[in-house]
Design a protein around this ligand. Structure first.
Ligand code: COA
Length: 326
């Protein structure tokens, strides 16, 4: 059976660290509040000169190195991001140029925090129908350039980073078993960046009104996220006739430790079977799942034949899962 297999992963996070104690000096907050409510202790901040494609480039180089491949071996690049370098062209095209991946078609996907899993599902379908053989899938974000540093309800949450995975066509039982993607556009305004698009093109007014920054109704989003992710992971396992005890690792989107714990509890999974790194990176949107996946691979937490479940929830609203036999 033709499947797509993740043959290598890579990630990159900027060097500069912003700790909760630094945020105490910027807005009316405390390390205690942030840690208790979110689990986040610090996050990485990109340099002024760095664009999202630069982070994506570093993560992709690491993945190519792990795979022992050259960029010209890749025939498609998909970048999931909501903080691309510019509206046109796609960040994937800029990444293609930086990598000199001449043989690859390239496009972006916007599914906010679920973007990497959405991109995986597209890549998986292209590989299964024979259109592409080797695909680079990247989740990359510089959220901190779209963050309102005067809004304590959002600025404590976000960080920058990138993660990448290389998928290859393979015969056999191992690889991506299933992907599920969902959306509910009726709740688009729970999490959005209103300015800079065709609805509110950039003007002095949009800037004065801070419409170019990310807005989130955190508490409402939290409730929908918990409810939705709990049923998503249960359904994903049920449809694939797997018991939670057969899962080796859950790799969730890193938005809030309480959301992650609720999802793990619903499956009866002990936390040592859950990858958590948000204390170091915060919420990096589309980058969070591939960074966590890469850390799990590099620290030896994933072994051959393990069942791994990826899941994410984000603006759109969107939510998605991917079940993998490693
Ligand atoms: N420091 C101190 N107090 C803060 C604060 C901060 N940084 N941010 C908000 N507060 C205050 C609020 O003003 C509120 O005060 P009040 O009770 O006097 O009105 C109180 O803390 C509780 O706020 P609330 O928004 O209800 O907190 P919460 O428990 O929902 O936690 C989030 C806030 C943002 C951490 C949480 O809602 C969350 O993680 N949301 C979902 C994120 C997510 O999954 N997004 C989708 C994927 S990206």
């Amino acid at each position: 059976m033709l499947r797509s297999k993740i043959i290598a992963t890579g990630s990159y996070t900027p060097e500069r660290i912003l700790a909760n104690s630094d945020l105490e000096k910027i807005v009316d907050t405390s390390d205690e509040w942030i840690t208790e409510r979110t689990g986040i202790r610090e996050r990485r901040i990109a340099r002024k000169s760095e664009a999202t494609s630069d982070l994506a480039y570093e993560a992709s180089k690491n993945a190519l190195k792990q795979a022992g491949l050259k960029a010209k071996d890749i025939d498609l690049i998909i970048v999931a991001t909501v903080t691309g370098d510019m509206p046109v062209p796609s960040t994937a095209c800029i990444l293609q140029d930086k990598l000199d991946a001449k043989m690859a078609a390239a496009f972006d996907i916007n599914a906010a925090c679920s973007g990497f899993i959405y991109a995986l599902s597209v890549a998986d379908a292209y590989i299964k129908n024979g259109m592409h053989k080797r695909i680079l899938v990247v989740g990359a974000e510089i959220l901190t350039k779209f963050t309102d540093w005067e809004d304590r309800t959002t600025c404590i949450l976000f960080g920058d980073g990138a993660g990448a995975a290389i998928l290859e066509a393979t015969d056999g039982e191992r690889g991506i078993i299933s992907t599920k993607i969902h959306s509910d556009g009726s709740m688009w305004n729970l999490l959005h960046t209103p300015g800079g698009g065709s609805k509110h093109p950039t003007s002095k007014e949009t800037i004065n009104k801070k419409l170019h920054f990310i807005k989130m109704k955190g508490n409402e989003t939290f409730k929908v996220a918990v409810r939705t992710l709990e049923s998503l992971v249960v359904e994903t396992l049920r449809e694939n006739k797997l018991k939670p005890s057969q899962l080796s690792l859950l790799i969730p989107h890193q938005a809030n430790l309480r959301i992650i714990q609720a999802t793990a509890n619903r499956l009866g999974l002990p936390m040592d079977k859950v990858v958590v790194n948000l204390e170091r990176y915060g919420n990096t949107s589309a980058a969070s799942v591939p960074i966590a996946l890469d850390e799990a691979v590099r620290t030896g937490r994933i072994k051959e034949d393990d069942y791994i479940l990826l899941e994410a929830f984000g603006g759109g609203l969107t939510w998605a899962s991917a079940l993998i036999k490693w």
